[in-house]
Design a protein around this ligand. Structure first.
Ligand code: RB5
Length: 147
């Protein structure tokens, strides 16, 4: 599986740890930056990751900013994107099991690096349940088309 990661300065440390974890799991990882802790604008990096997932260049993405709020707002502007901001093990699991989130979003100023890595592992290891949840995703896709 190909996966893209991106962050602003507020998510840099966690993003770098996620990059290492994903590589250790044998995944092909594309890092869209940021690469320094200089202050940058999160939409610039969110756009790169969300666009890559939306176009099918990569299968999934992970975005990190200070709170995760900005990154989830920008990522969900893109067609076919289901970006989920998660804060704990339960929301990480549900984001995949019920919502089939194709982008995971976290707050680098909210979680420790170890917590963030753990939540990403849960999201990667959880399977989408389908069934009634698939019907709900179809309604989301239909709403996107109707706009
Ligand atoms: C940057 O200071 C901060 O606003 C950003 O990382 C993020 O939290 C935005 O939602």
């Amino acid at each position: 599986m190909k996966i893209a990661v991106g962050s602003d300065h507020g998510g840099l440390e966690l993003k770098q740890a996620l990059f290492n974890m994903l590589q250790q799991r044998g995944l092909e990882v594309e890092d869209f930056g940021a690469f320094t802790d200089d202050s940058v604008d999160y939409p610039d990096f969110g756009v790169k990751v969300a666009s890559a997932v939306s176009k099918g260049v990569v299968e999934r993405g992970i975005l990190v900013c200070g709170t995760g709020i900005g990154m989830s707002i920008i990522a969900n502007k893109f067609s076919g994107i289901r970006a989920a901001l998660v804060h704990d093990e339960f929301t990480a699991q549900m984001s995949k099991e019920h919502n089939n989130a194709n982008i995971l979003v976290m707050g680098g100023r909210i979680l420790t690096v170890a917590q963030g890595v753990r939540l990403a592992e849960i999201w990667l290891d959880t399977k989408f349940e389908g069934g009634r949840h698939q019907n709900r995703l179809l309604k989301i896709a239909a709403a996107e088309q109707a706009e």
